[in-house]
Structures are given as C-alpha cells and as structure tokens.
Design a protein around this ligand. Structure first.
Ligand SMILES: *Cc1c(COP(=O)(O)O)cnc(C)c1O
Length: 497
C-alpha cells in the first residue's frame, strides 16, 4: 500500500546544519603528574598576559561580539588551563597571544551551544519520548516561527475587537475532524486526564476496570493521577476479565464518571474479556453517568488506509457514544506536545471554566503548531507527504534499502579498518505506547567490530557533533533507516575529542 509513496529527496534535518561549534581547548592537565614535573618557570613567564591577548586583532572582533567581561573571563580561563598544562607538562611550549585568543574564541563559541540540540534518530522508534516524539510538519514549524516572532491574536477576536478564546484557533478543525460538539486543549494528555477527572469527579468516584489501571512511560499511572485529581478510584472486575455487570454493581450515588483507558502499551491475551465502549455507554446512559475514554495516542484518521495496523480513531469513539475523549498531540497525530479533549459541549464548557484549565493551558507556540497540523489533516489528500510521523511509519522498504546502500559506502570510508557494516532486515517500534504489539518491518545497518563492543560503537556515534542515536540489539549496534533520508546523516562528523 505504502509502496507507491513518492521518494522524499529532502534531508530530514534542514535546521540542524552548522549547529554548534567545535570545542577546541588546550589539553586539560593530566591528573597525577603534578609534582612529578618541575614547574618550568621560564615557560610560565613566557605566557602572554591577558592585556597582550586582548590587544590582538582577533580580540577586537570578539570584544564587539561578546563584550569585554565575557572575553576577558574566557581569556583568563584559557591562560589558567595553559598555566596548569605547562606545570604538568601536558603543554610543551607557551603559545603566542594569537593562539590563546583563538582558543578563547572557540571556548566562547562552544558555550553558545545549548544543551538541547538536534540528534539523528536512527533508533527506528518513530515516536521516541526521550527524543521529543513527533517531528512537526513544515507548515507547523513555519507557524511556530511566526507566532514566536510576532504579536498574534492569541486571545483576541479580530471581528469584534475584544478578548477572544485561545482554544478557538483549533476548536473548529477539531470538531470537523472528530465530529465532536466542542474541544479544548491543554499541555499534554496527562493534564487532559487530570483536568477532566478534577472537573467531573472531585470528591466522588470514578469506575475503572482493573485491566485498564495502566502505567505509561514517564510515571503516568492511572491510579495516582486519579488520586491527585481529587477523585476516588473504584476498581471493577479483574485484571484479565471485566464484565458490564461489574460496572453496574459498582455504581452508587457517589459515582461521577465511567472511565475507559486505552491500554496502549500492553495487551492481555488468553482468557480475557473487556467491556466495549458501546456497552459502557449504554450503562452510563441508563444511570445518567458520563463516560470518558483516555485514548492515549488517538489517531485522527484510520491508519489502516495507509496500510498500517488499525488504531482507535477519535471520531469512531465519539460515534460509539463516549461523552469525552482525550488524546495526545505528539503521538500518532504527529503534532506538538498537547492534550486534546473533545466531546459534549456542556462537559467541555465545564472543563474550560475550571481554574485548573488556566494552569494547564497551552502557549501560543503550541497552539500555532497544533492549528497548522490540524489544518493539514483537513486539507491534504495524502498525509504521508506532509506529516513526518506518517512518512516514517509508511516508509517503503525499497527507499530504506537505497539510503542504506549509500550510507554503507560512506560509513566504510569514514569508520576505517576492521568494521563490518551490512544491511539487515529488522523491526522498528512505533513508540510512546502507540500500536504496541505491532512492530513495523524495517531495514538497519548493522555495525560490528572484532575488538570494539556494540556499546563503544554506540558511544562513538553518540559523540558526533550531530549525535547519531542508534540501538544496541543482541550485541550489535544498529542504525535503523526508517527515519533516515540523507545517507550523510549517518556518518559521524567532527566528534570533539
Ligand atoms: C501517552 C498516554 C498518556 C499520557 O499522554 P501525554 O501526552 O504523554 O501526557 C495518557 N494515557 C494514555 C492511555 C497514553 O497512552
């Protein structure tokens, strides 16, 4: 199905080029040699003074760029290192002022580098929580840049010239895409669940099946989140089997909500039975209790139309009668981190009136990215062409083979003797609990060396200027090609020593 997708010639890291300067300091003093070498007084005297270094031509440009204080501090840092190096013998001769200034400049440039920087995701995990989950579509990136650089009508109704609603920028598209009466957005799906439980069930009971009391990576545990929201958990059924009668028997005048949780990161197999959403909705309607579903990943479109395993679609869950459905913005949806709640107008209105909504609301950058992403869902015939998450998930094997063959040629040159580098078939995970059981067939480059372990090879790639993150599996280092569009991206460059 995905095989007819256009090959994407675009590099996957258009913003990462030229990021970060190389750190070039003088060698640090070798610990343990102090005292074993007589300080070379003459050498130390020959070291240029701070003033002398600041009089070099290079210093003038640096002073204009970084200011007197920072330049002076940096020159002192380098001179201190040189003094120690000369004392221990790690540095043989005092360098001229120009060289000291060049080192200070490199130091200053390296300090400009932020700790969070682009990495190459060669793990094969499409939605990798530790690597920031979904990559934004180009339209969403542009929207973030615009919103960041300009004043925007975030909460301003341009028609009436008065205060507006920030959710208005996404609500109409969310309604159109899910069929919901209303929608609201908070910082992530965990926040969405907390807001809903606190609003609808504070001081009252929420019924949840024991088979759905899950923990999602990063310490989101349904029982703990429920407790923190001020609601009381009432467990029903057993781990492997829950029947609608279990819910019905547990309903009392204290029951405020029936909560269904999509067990997105595990599956119970064997002698099992779960209550379907329509059954739960029927019970809720009879007893006048709202039903909410925490969908977790929440696909906006049916992924099986793209040849992928089926994941619950938000619109279908609402059609099945859920009063509220919550899901993440940065999982299968492929947008920014956000928690989206859609459903009945009257319930959503209660959520937005809760003071907690103010504490959990999204900023303009998130809303800009989300609005642009949702608009793509409404207006693009083939989402694979615009959404990186779908592009990765549906990546044709032939495309990975081609990128892999080119990357192997480059890696053979770059890594040198002794490495065995080969293309192999493997499986990649979707990640973030989405489609947990279904792995996708993929292609990897397997790199082994007779004397270097997989962890050492992994470190070599991780320490590149643009770090390359692969995975270690069965004692081999693997670079998964699912998210690699430029062979050059897999070649570790300029690793600072
Ligand atoms: C991922 C997930 C969450 C947490 O969502 P975040 O957006 O990461 O806060 C909650 N519930 C389920 C079922 C999930 O899969």
């Amino acid at each position: 199905m995905a095989a007819d997708a256009e090959p994407y010639a675009v590099c996957n890291m258009p913003y990462a080029r030229g990021a970060g300067a190389r750190l070039e300091l003088y060698p640090p003093p070798k610990v343990g040699t102090i005292g074993s070498v007589v300080p070379r007084i003459e050498q130390l005297r020959a070291l240029p003074s701070v003033d002398r270094v600041l009089r070099t031509a290079e210093a003038q440009a640096a002073l204009a760029r970084f200011g007197h204080r920072y330049v002076t501090d940096s020159v002192r840092t380098i001179l201190d290192q040189l003094r120690q190096g000369l004392t221990t013998g790690a540095v043989a001769v005092p360098p001229p002022a120009e060289e000291v200034m060049a080192a200070a400049l490199a130091h200053m440039e390296a300090s400009q580098r932020l700790t969070m920087r682009p990495v190459v995701n060669a793990t094969g995990v499409v939605l990798h929580t530790n690597l920031g989950r979904a990559l934004l579509a180009d339209a969403a990136v542009q929207a973030v840049l615009q919103a960041g650089a300009h004043a925007v009508n975030l909460e301003y109704d341009l028609g009436r010239g008065e205060r507006g609603e920030r959710d208005a920028h996404v609500e109409e598209d969310l309604r159109a895409l899910t069929g919901a009466e209303a929608a609201t957005v908070v910082n992530n799906n965990a926040a969405a669940v907390v807001l809903a439980l606190n609003t609808l069930a504070e001081g009252r009971e929420v019924l949840v099946s024991r088979g759905e009391l899950i923990e999602i990576g990063g310490s989101f545990r349904i029982p703990e989140v429920l407790a923190k929201s001020g609601a009381r958990l009432r467990e029903v059924g057993t781990t492997n089997r829950t029947h609608v009668a279990d819910y019905a028997d547990a309903v009392t005048e204290h029951t405020a909500l029936l909560l269904k949780v999509h067990t997105s990161n595990y599956r119970i197999v064997g002698f099992t039975s779960a209550v379907s959403l329509p059954e739960l909705v029927q019970l809720g309607t009879q007893r006048g209790i709202p039903v909410m579903e925490d969908l977790g990943s929440g696909a906006l479109v049916d992924l099986s139309t793209y040849g992928l395993p089926k994941e619950p679609v938000v619109a279908e869950r609402l059609r099945s009668g859920a009063d509220l459905v919550s899901f993440s913005g940065d999982k299968l949806l492929g947008g920014p981190q956000a928690g989206i709640i859609v459903g009945r107008r009257e319930l959503v209105a209660r959520l937005t009136r809760n003071p907690l909504k103010r504490a959990l609301r999204c900023d303009k950058l998130t809303l800009a990215a989300l609005a642009a992403t949702l608009r793509l869902y409404r207006t693009t015939p083939d989402l694979r062409a615009v959404l990186p998450t779908l592009r990765w998930l549906t990546r044709p094997l032939a495309e990975m083979d081609a990128v892999g063959a080119a990357a192997i040629a480059l890696l053979r040159d770059a890594l040198g003797e002794g490495f065995r580098i080969e293309l192999a078939a493997s499986e990649s995970e979707i990640g973030s609990g989405a489609l947990p059981i279904e792995n996708l067939p993929t292609r990897v480059i397997r790199i082994t060396h007779p004397h270097e372990g997989a962890q050492e090879i992994a470190r070599r790639f991780r320490e590149a200027e643009t770090p390359i993150i692969g995975r270690v599996q069965a004692g081999s280092f693997l670079l998964d090609l699912r998210g690699i569009f430029c062979p050059e991206d897999l070649v570790p460059k300029n690793s600072p020593e």
